[in-house]
Design a protein around this ligand. Structure first.
Ligand SMILES: *Cc1c(COP(=O)(O)O)cnc(C)c1O
Length: 241
């Protein structure tokens, strides 16, 4: 098992490098969030040994149980839907939140970060496809939310995030990634926020996302293999996975 992640990572890095060369981008502008949901601390430790330091989780309960069992020098990012009543935990556990999908959530993160004496970098999640099943703000909410967020001193809105609809052909994701970038450009022009980060691209479509400007690619199965449930030692939380 242990050599697997190293081998997969080398392949991913090669693909990212080739894509960057093709797209005229710097490899250093594309960073990997290793998504370890459902994987246990041993796998996280292996990811860390391979030199990856940014780790993504999508559920608070799972992260809360897992993080204390993992190497201490890692930077944890929240990438999944976050309920407002879990923001306090999120602010303690995570260095960045990619998935801020409402103004109320942003406001709660600001208040909670203020109380904790930190400043939280975030991305605003955008429902580019308009699918009812997806979390995320509507594209036309972005500018008002950004303008309103000028008064939030304890969040840094660093960019936008999206998850395109699932399709068998990764090329189908391109219009959604492109739209996110164009929305970013428009928001940048209208609000003065620089919004440098674009969190987009997963195992199946990261090359397309990099071509369209991704700065954070969130990779799970392409690095770690197929997901399996991780049983927390307390026995609780299994249904959450
Ligand atoms: C699970 C997850 C990923 C990683 O998915 P893979 O297809 O395994 O790379 C990326 N982003 C989010 C928001 C996720 O929940």
């Amino acid at each position: 098992m242990s050599g697997d992640i190293q081998t997969r990572l080398a392949q991913v890095q090669k693909r990212v490098a080739e894509t960057c060369a093709r797209a005229g981008r710097n490899v250093s502008d594309v960073r990997i969030v290793a998504v370890t949901k459902t994987f246990g601390p041993e796998d996280v430790a292996e990811v860390a040994r391979c030199g990856l330091t940014v780790i993504g989780e999508s559920r608070i309960q799972e992260a809360k149980q897992k993080i204390p069992l993992c190497p201490g020098n890692l930077e944890w990012h929240m990438i999944g839907h976050l309920q407002r009543n879990k923001v306090k935990d999120a602010v303690q556990l995570f260095k960045m939140i990619h998935s801020v999908d409402s103004l109320r959530l942003l406001e709660t993160i600001n208040e909670t970060s203020k109380a904790a004496g930190v400043r939280m970098p975030v991305c605003l999640e955008v429902n580019v496809s308009g699918e009812g099943s997806k979390f995320g703000m509507k594209p036309d909410e972005l500018i008002p939310v950004l303008e309103y967020s000028n008064k939030f001193m304890n969040v840094d809105v660093e960019g936008l995030m999206t998850i395109p609809p699932f399709t068998a052909d990764p090329r189908d994701a391109r219009p959604f990634f492109r739209t996110l970038r164009e929305l970013r450009d428009k928001c940048r022009e209208k609000t003065g926020f620089s919004l440098d980060q674009l969190s987009m691209g997963m195992s199946g479509d990261f090359e397309i996302a990099v071509e369209e400007g991704a700065t954070w690619i969130r990779l799970g199965s392409v690095l770690l293999g197929e997901r399996k449930p991780w049983k927390a030692s307390s026995g609780k939380g299994e249904e959450e996975l």
